[in-house]
Ligand binder design. Structure first.
Ligand code: PLP
Length: 397
């Protein structure tokens, strides 16, 4: 019996520590399988893209280190199977190319990670796969697209907590709508993490992660993951075989180790973030705060119903100019001015000139990335130290 099976009916905290972890020869941890290739027997001599994805033949296809990390993510998300990739974008690329072909269309929203937006808008358009961007906070907008005879989208693609405006999207409603029209719902759960939300339990078909963020949690590797049914994962796996994009076994080790403390990190980051969000909201130099756990969040009721915790991401607007925002960012001593998120250390940035610079300025403003917009990834430092640091940074602004 594997560790994943043993934890099948256990809580997510126990799964985070034990599921997928695959010790051997009395070791407590999964060894790092530094082997690019494996002994072949007659089963290995076949068309790779059509063979059993669980077989160990070559590390681009599968490796015990990849399998351990992927099984832990699948266990945490309540999915049948998981695959790991060399980055979040590699995971998204493999998923979309597995499920869509030239002439197919998907419904999505501009409220997604800037790199995903650019891939959908530029690269997939070039390949003849069209993304229709609508405001999905109101699912009637998606319904209108599905009702148009000739469009017939195959996918709805969402981030439940959007990057960086932290809007909340109704996963249960989106899944029902997608299925009513014979489409699939794909959810990028990077911001919420499985400790706060399990989209598959609400009807989503596939869940994607940039594991670079909370799942690893230590800003020391880049990776992605896709989880879902065996049937869908077999299709995605074929793209891993054909396009490459596999996760290096060293990185799998860092990912697996990071995930073992995911629940503890998520609890602390949420506790810190709520205190900081409330403090920022009361500060006279801050014109707006976006945080799913604040009662002032326009979708607070949905957030309370759908998310177990508010998470560690806060966005806010300093005054009304990028200059004021940048001054504050540069005066902080604890959070590092860096892109990315989800690590034990706090990170701060202005998405308009980093993660979301690919989105045209007018469109950025429309979704709420206005002048002075700052994104903060709250770490697990002492919250009073963080608040004192923000207070000094704003006072000297
Ligand atoms: N999805 C979300 C929500 C992200 O924030 C990011 C990166 O910031 C990605 C996907 C892309 O992940 P990666 O940088 O690991 O390719």
């Amino acid at each position: 019996m594997s560790k994943s099976d043993k934890t099948k009916n256990m809580s997510k905290e126990t799964k985070a520590v034990h599921a997928g972890t695959n010790p051997s020869k009395n070791a407590v941890n999964t060894p790092v399988y530094l082997s690019s290739t494996f002994y072949l027997d007659e089963k290995g001599y076949q068309d790779w893209a059509n063979m059993d994805p669980d077989m160990m033949v070559y590390t681009r296809l599968n490796n015990p280190s990849q399998e351990a990390a992927a099984s832990k993510i699948a266990a945490l998300e309540g999915a049948e199977k998981g695959l790991v990739f060399s980055s979040g974008l590699a995971a998204i690329h493999a998923t979309i190319t597995a499920l869509m072909k030239k002439g197919d269309k998907m419904v999505t929203t501009a409220d997604i990670y800037g790199g995903t937006y650019a891939m959908f808008k530029e690269d997939f358009t070039e390949l003849g796969i069209e993304s229709i961007f609508v405001d999905l906070t109101d699912l009637e907008n998606a319904k209108r697209v599905f009702e148009e005879e000739e469009i017939k989208p195959k996918i709805i693609y969402l981030e439940p907590i959007s990057n960086p405006t932290l809007k909340i999207f109704d996963i249960e409603g989106a899944a029902k709508m997608a299925h009513e029209y014979g489409a699939l719902l794909i959810v990028d759960n990077t911001f919420a993490t499985p400790m706060s939300l399990n989209p598959i339990k609400l009807g989503a078909d596939i869940v994607i992660h940039s594991v670079t963020k909370y799942l690893n949690g230590h800003s020391d590797m880049v990776g992605g993951a896709v989880v879902g049914s065996n049937e869908l994962m077999n299709e995605v796996w074929k793209k891993l075989v054909h396009f490459g994009g596999c996760l290096d076994p060293h990185a799998c080790y860092l990912l697996e180790r990071g995930m073992r403390t995911l629940h503890v990190r998520m609890e602390r980051t949420t506790e810190n973030a709520l205190k900081i969000a409330k403090w920022l909201e009361a500060h006279p130099k801050i014109s707006k705060v976006y945080y799913p756990g604040l009662e002032s969040h326009p979708q607070y009721e949905l957030s309370k119903k759908m998310l177990k915790m508010g998470g560690g991401m806060i966005s806010f607007v300093v005054g009304n100019s990028d200059e004021e925002g940048m001054n504050m960012v540069r005066k902080c001593k604890i959070p590092l001015e860096a892109t990315s998120l989800g690590g034990v250390e706090s990170l701060i940035e202005m998405p308009g000139n980093t993660s979301h610079m690919n989105i045209p300025e007018e469109e950025r403003k429309e979704i709420g990335i206005v002048p002075g917009f700052v994104r903060l990834s709250v770490g697990i430092e002492n919250v009073d130290d963080l608040i004192a640091d923000f207070s000094n940074a704003l006072d000297s602004n």
